[in-house]
Design a protein around this ligand. Structure first.
Ligand code: GLN
Length: 453
């Protein structure tokens, strides 16, 4: 814990943490030492972790990367983080993220962008760590924490993992409790870890997963021994390759990496087959209707009365308006406007209802592939390697949204998806491959990822 606190202090320019909690960390580490001495060590005893600042932590500021929550100190602990503490882990602090997890580069954070520890050879230009879990990915890649929690609504675990050479898994929707995790789009949000190795991801997910009566969408089925799956044979597993993920303009090196991944899995005894996921291209536009719709509803609670920031006005309506105008950044305001528009009486059928129908078609594409015997699907994790700070977004939000093309399908279908580092780009930056599994079969993903890693 002391070594990690020192590394954090030396790496402040990465802006990976919004809040550091050194006193709490040292006290937790002391308690871990005492439990070890008594022979009562838990599965994560003494392991120093970072927590994405979207998870409520009792007594520690939780901002969701937003000004509107600055100074908000939750009186309760999220279920997932409380399970990590139950198992002995130590909290180093709260990690930076895009505001309310809306973004793919960590640049929408009110607290400034987290920066990747990676550089192109011969260049000192800062690169994005991906988003929204950019602080989690940067901190794990820079070895500021052993592992981190993250969340994934449309790729926010898998894309930053791919950009930083780390492992990230978004488990099946319902595998982890969402209780105490600030809501973005409730039907898509899932908790998961970002780690340095596949085995670490398996160990972390084992602590994070499980049924929680406080989240009615968490599923009451046993959590398997994920670690046992790491290193298990993949002989005879059927891997589907969806040609729809070979999109126009994708760099040749991404295609080459994908081919390498196929070759590694074949060499390990897996059988590789072509599959069709015909509705893939509609998933991204449909996601950018469904996610803002749910966000606009979830963010209605930030009114200056109950949490964080309050900007006074002459009456309560003006106070609401002033607070929300000052408290939310540009991307969050854009999502609220898109969301309220697609849910409004005149446009509901044309946009929201249509997007929900597309969501069903996307899910059925996957169901058909699995019914035909496919055990997992292999795709690139992202259409490119990490880009420079300030390079995307700005006046063109669509350029940023296109980063999510390969990852949002998985959230729309509620499936587990894992990103594993698989190689380097021509610029010597990490590239990831994505494995998509059947519902609640995360073990298969861990076994396959260990072959690629
Ligand atoms: N980049 C996507 C978005 O901005 C996904 C974010 C996420 O998974 N939290 O909506």
């Amino acid at each position: 814990t002391e070594a990690h606190l020192a590394a954090m202090a030396a790496a402040r320019p990465l802006n990976a943490f919004i809040t550091e909690t050194p006193d709490r960390a040292l006290a937790m580490a002391d308690r871990a030492d005492a439990r070890v001495a008594r022979g009562e060590a838990g599965p994560l005893e003494g392991l120093p972790l970072g927590i994405k600042d979207l998870y409520c932590t009792e007594g520690v500021q939780t901002t969701a990367g937003s000004r509107i929550l600055e100074g908000f100190v939750p009186p309760y602990e999220s279920t997932v983080s409380s399970q990590l503490w139950r198992d002995g882990a130590v909290m180093l602090g709260k990690l930076n993220l895009d505001e309310f997890a809306m973004g793919s580069s960590n640049e929408t954070s009110y607290f400034g962008p987290a920066v990747s520890p990676w550089r192109k050879p011969g260049s000192n230009a800062g690169l994005v760590p991906g988003g929204s879990s950019g602080g989690s990915a940067a901190a794990v890649a820079a070895r500021l924490c052993l592992a981190a929690t993250a969340t994934d609504t449309g790729g926010s675990i898998r894309q930053p993992a791919a950009f930083t050479g780390t492992v990230g898994i978004k488990p099946t929707y319902g595998r982890c409790s969402r209780w105490g995790v600030v809501a973005f789009a409730s039907s898509l949000d899932q908790a998961g870890p970002i780690t340095r190795t596949v085995r670490d991801a398996a160990i972390m997910l084992g602590s994070m997963a499980g049924h929680d009566p406080k989240d009615s969408t968490s599923v009451d089925i046993a959590v398997p021994d994920y670690e046992a799956a790491v290193g298990a044979s993949v002989a005879g597993k059927v891997i589907g390759i969806p040609r729809e993920y070979r999109i126009d303009g994708m760099p040749a090196e991404i295609d080459a990496l994908w081919a390498e991944g196929i070759a590694w899995l074949k060499a390990a005894g897996a059988r590789v087959v072509d599959i069709a996921l015909p509705h893939t291209k509609y998933a991204l536009p449909a996601y950018y209707i469904v996610a803002p719709a749910e966000a606009s509803s979830n963010l209605a609670r930030y009114d200056g009365v109950r949490y964080g920031l309050r900007v006074p006005g002459r009456d309560i309506a003006e106070m609401y308006g002033n607070t929300r105008a000052a408290g939310f950044g540009a991307e969050v305001r854009r999502r609220i406007m898109i969301g309220t528009y697609v849910l409004s009486a005149g446009y509901y059928d044309a946009y929201y209802l249509k997007a929900q129908k597309i969501r069903t078609l996307v899910r059925r594409d996957f169901e058909t592939a699995f019914a035909d015997g496919v055990d997992a699907i292999l795709t690139p994790a992202t259409p490119s390697a990490a880009f420079g700070l300030g390079e995307k977004g700005g006046d063109d939000p669509i350029a940023m949204y296109l980063n999510d093309a390969f990852t949002v399908t998985v959230n729309m279908a509620g499936l587990p998806g894992l990103s594993v580092p698989a190689g380097l780009s021509a610029d010597k930056l990490p590239l990831g491959l994505q494995l998509i599994g059947r519902p609640f079969e995360e073990e298969t993903l861990f076994a396959l990822a260990e072959v690629i890693a």
